[in-house]
Design a protein around this ligand. Structure first.
Ligand SMILES: Cc1cc2nc3c(=O)[nH]c(=O)nc-3n(C[C@H](O)[C@H](O)[C@H](O)COP(=O)(O)OP(=O)(O)OC[C@H]3O[C@@H](n4cnc5c(N)ncnc54)[C@H](O)[C@@H]3O)c2cc1C
Length: 367
């Protein structure tokens, strides 16, 4: 019996994959329904279609262009080789939950993981014996489980209870849905407002505008709104925590495994966590006992993402301007247009090879 804690996209996808292989799976979700509250923009690259078939009713918009805008307002527009999509996160989460149910997993709502009871630290003993002495508590009562998968988000109670939380850092995402006229085919990424900020159109008259920062993203969001959504009407606001990928994060301890935001599996460049979390869930389902090894590709891409973020955080506004000019001029633009940003290993060296002047910015990782 496998207990998956958290009925978000990654928990439900783990349950779907494991139940499809004949495992008995229980998903425990603390909320009374799947998919709420929504704390996400729902922007996904086309890689999502290699992971699962997204129901067309979840897809609000398809985007063929991306604009990268420097702090000084200089920009470059990329024609995406494959369109990105914007999903309705509530419907998307529900789709995956229903895939998990159809595969035989049981979804338990209003079911909060409240800790382990019994002896916890038995690392010296054989793994199964060590685990059998602890019990998974849901709403304060023990439930049956041979393995526990913590898919319970950035502040993972499972990670904390199992001693797997580590030294993770969290940033805050704040987003507004704004009624305004927008270019429905193109999303914008602004450098220089917070750590990362964006405008993603749901269609031609509603945009999702957001900022990620370590503190006070609401003030930055107001600043961004006054710049890019003048005259727009804020329909609602959302916010949430996002973990920064920790390359030292342990994924497994005894029979407890972490996946998704709970395991800090988020791209540090764009703070997108859905695709890496789903890919990690897929790796987990290929063999619980080989999860760390099976996850090595996901880890490699997340590590490269983190290195890119470290370099980006050191760039001055002038350097952002320079990079945008350099990319506009040469072959680097084509590389960025053709390659999915989920896999930096596939484009980072091509990018630097196509435009050697970018090397010095890459070196900021170490300087
Ligand atoms: C403002 C914002 C915008 C974002 N935009 C994007 C984007 O455009 N694209 C993208 O890829 N990513 C985006 N992200 C990140 C994305 O939302 C997460 O990476 C993704 O939701 C991770 O999925 P998950 O299933 O691991 O965790 P979550 O979606 O956090 O799901 C965890 C689930 O566990 C449940 N839970 C928590 N504690 C317990 C407990 N003790 N017991 C039982 N259940 C529990 C929660 O209720 C929740 O349902 C954004 C995040 C923010 C904050």
């Amino acid at each position: 019996m496998i207990a998956v804690i958290g009925g978000g996209p990654v928990g439900c996808f783990s349950a779907f994959k494991l139940a499809s292989k004949g495992e008995k799976v229980n998903v425990y979700e603390e909320h009374s329904s799947i998919g709420k509250p929504v704390q996400c923009t729902g922007l996904l690259t086309s890689e999502i279609y290699n992971v699962l078939k997204v129901d067309s009713k979840c897809v609000l918009n398809k985007l063929n262009r991306a604009r990268l805008i420097s702090p000084e307002g200089k920009f470059i527009e990329l024609k995406l080789g494959k369109p990105n999509i914007v999903v309705d996160r509530e419907l998307f989460d529900r789709q995956i939950a229903s895939m998990a149910s159809s595969a035989g997993a049981k979804l338990n709502l209003n079911s909060k993981f409240t800790g382990f009871s019994g002896l916890l630290e038995k690392d010296a003993m054989p793994k199964i014996a060590g685990f059998l002495e602890k019990k998974v508590m849901i709403n304060g009562k023990p439930v049956e489980a041979d393995y526990v998968i913590g898919a319970d988000g950035p502040m993972s109670a499972v990670a904390k209870s199992a001693g797997l939380y580590g030294s993770r850092q969290l940033v805050i995402g704040a987003q507004a849905r704004v009624k305004m006229k927008c270019d429905s085919d193109c999303f914008n990424t602004y450098f220089g407002v917070g750590i990362f900020s964006w405008l993603v159109p749901e269609g031609d008259n509603i945009a999702r505008i957001g900022v990620v920062d370590t503190k006070n993203p609401n003030a930055l969001l107001s600043k961004l709104l006054s710049k890019v959504a003048k005259g727009g009407k804020v329909l609602d606001k959302q916010g949430g925590l996002i973990p920064i990928y920790n390359p030292g994060q342990k994924l497994v301890k005894g029979n407890v495994l972490l996946v998704g935001d709970a395991a800090t599996q988020v791209k540090a460049v764009s703070f997108g966590g859905i695709i890496p979390g789903l890919l990690a869930a897929d790796a987990l389902s290929k063999g619980i006992s080989h999860y760390e090894d099976n996850c090595s590709n996901v880890k490699k891409e997340l590590r490269l993402n983190l290195m890119m973020r470290i370099a980006m955080d050191k760039l001055s506004p002038k350097e952002y301007d320079d990079i945008i000019s350099i990319i506009s001029e040469g072959k680097a633009k084509t590389v960025l247009e053709q390659e999915d940003r989920d896999f930096p290993s596939k484009f980072i060296f091509k990018l630097i090879k196509s435009e050697p002047r970018l090397w010095k910015y890459g070196l900021k990782v170490i300087w």
